[in-house]
Design a binder for this molecule. Structure first.
Ligand SMILES: C[S@@+](CC[C@H](N)C(=O)[O-])C[C@H]1O[C@@H](n2cnc3c(N)ncnc32)[C@H](O)[C@@H]1O
Length: 439
């Protein structure tokens, strides 16, 4: 058992009391592998891309990224468990259970503020190893009194067969789960906490109904197009074969406009270089439609900016930066999320909040009190040190505190002031985006 698993186990019976008490005091207003196999897969994706470019010419960065990450035979996400110390990168839910617990409280808080719907779907996009969902479900169990007889179900949108197996093990324990790759619901089972759980490849296959959507480090993994402003106007950056080294790839700027460069650049764009993620836009539009029609909320957490950054496309391998055009399929490829683009895409269907920094969000959610509760019940010096170090990693501005941003979509009615009501029945503040007023 790893140290992080030991920690999770050690505190799994612990309650999220500090946060719960805080909300109660606040007045119920807003409850509140093998290296050989890896080398083969690298060679196969590179060979595949080289023969494709030889046959039909340079490909877009989006197509390159899609093949490298999600090629159904040898894509990076399809074959690997890349998370954690032995992988290529580590994410907040893997660093500390506190992260998922606070997001669990956020989900319940928004469910309450939206009127305690009798049906509650927790939908996570790109759940990795399942750690975030696991920590959230533990909070749901501890808040059974609050959730009552609500019909809760869990829905995971995951493209990777390898990761969906890890998720099923993590979330259903030893219970059996059944899979049928040909169906829209390609896997289903029962969580360790007794809730029905389902897996899908696409968000559109998730049933309609009140849903809280979570996407942690999901949007940064979706394919981007890159554009360069030139004296002849906007041109798309493409991936081509390096003429000096036919086994290698290089970036080139397209001579003439492409369909993407004609369609995806905003008229008022003033940057010199722009990255656009249309696939992310389509997914956000679907979430916004559902929230507007069926009720619910969404929380998107990622590296990102508000329409200011230019060239953010990068690779990670073994926790180090990695040349994005080298060894496709063997390294993570990622680009900062442009939250201003996502906000524009939602139109007026939903209310958007943020982006705000991870530090602000977690502080507003009561991470300091939660850490104190855990430290009070823990006397082992090394476990205490690990709790403090992981807290620091999450909120230190020099570490993940300012690099990661929280962005939310809520149904428009959520923040509307109720007509004719006194001030004390004003809309409930949104947990995480507003400081909790503990008196
Ligand atoms: C960077 S990992 C983040 C994992 C997890 N959310 C975490 O923070 O630990 C990206 C996740 O999104 C999944 N993913 C990537 N592209 C996807 C796509 N197009 N559709 C569904 N899932 C995708 C990956 O398999 C993986 O589970």
């Amino acid at each position: 058992m790893t140290k992080s698993q030991q920690l999770r186990k050690l505190h799994s019976n612990d309650t999220v009391l500090s946060v719960v008490v805080m909300w109660t005091i606040w007045g119920n207003r807003s409850f509140s592998n093998s290296s050989i196999r890896r080398l083969e897969s690298n060679t196969s994706i590179l060979k595949h891309l080289i023969s494709k470019i030889t046959a039909t010419g340079p490909i877009s960065v989006a197509e390159y990224m899609r093949e490298a990450l999600t090629n159904p035979v040898s894509g990076y996400y399809v074959k690997n468990d890349m998370l954690g110390a032995g992988g290529d990168f580590i994410t907040s839910p893997e660093i500390s259970q506190i992260f998922g617990e606070l997001l669990g409280v956020w989900c319940v808080s928004e469910w309450m503020a939206a009127g305690k719907s009798s049906v509650f779907q927790l939908v996570e996009l790109g759940p990795g190893r399942g750690s975030l969902a696991s920590d959230i479900l533990r909070v749901f169990s501890q808040l059974k009194v609050v959730l009552g007889e609500t019909d809760i179900s869990v829905h995971l949108v995951e493209v990777s067969p390898k990761l969906s197996q890890l998720q099923a093990k993590c979330l259903t324990g030893d219970q059996t789960w059944t899979c049928n790759d040909d169906q829209p619901v390609y896997c289903s089972g029962t969580t360790c906490t007794g809730l029905p759980i389902y897996w899908y490849h696409r968000i559109e296959d998730v049933p309609r109904g009140f849903s809280v959507f979570l996407a942690h480090e999901f949007f940064d993994a979706l394919p981007i197009h890159k554009f360069q402003r030139t004296e002849n106007g906007w041109r798309e950056v493409m991936v081509d074969i390096d003429p000096e080294s036919p086994e290698k790839l290089r970036f080139v700027v397209s001579h003439s406009p492409t369909l993407a460069s004609s369609m995806l650049i905003q008229k008022d764009e003033n940057r010199q270089h722009v990255e656009v993620c249309p696939e992310g836009g389509v997914i956000v539009q679907k979430m916004a439609n559902r929230i507007a029609d069926d009720g619910g909320a969404a929380l998107i957490v990622d590296y990102g900016h508000d329409g200011t950054k230019t060239d953010t496309f990068r690779g990670f391998k073994g926790h180090q930066l990695h040349n994005v055009l080298e060894a496709p399929g063997m390294a993570d490829l990622t680009a900062d999320v442009d939250f201003s683009y996502l906000r524009k895409i939602t139109g007026n269907q939903v209310t958007c909040l943020g982006p705000i920094t991870q530090r602000s969000f977690l502080k507003n959610m009561g991470i300091d009190s939660r850490l104190q509760v855990l430290l009070r019940s823990c006397h082992d010096p090394s476990t205490r040190a690990q709790l403090i170090n992981s807290y620091d990693m999450l909120i230190n501005p020099e570490k993940m505190g300012h690099r990661f941003q929280f962005f939310s979509m809520l149904s428009r009615g959520r923040l509307a002031q109720r007509k004719g009501m006194q001030q004390d029945t004003a809309p409930l503040p949104v947990a995480g985006f507003a400081e909790l007023n503990v008196q």
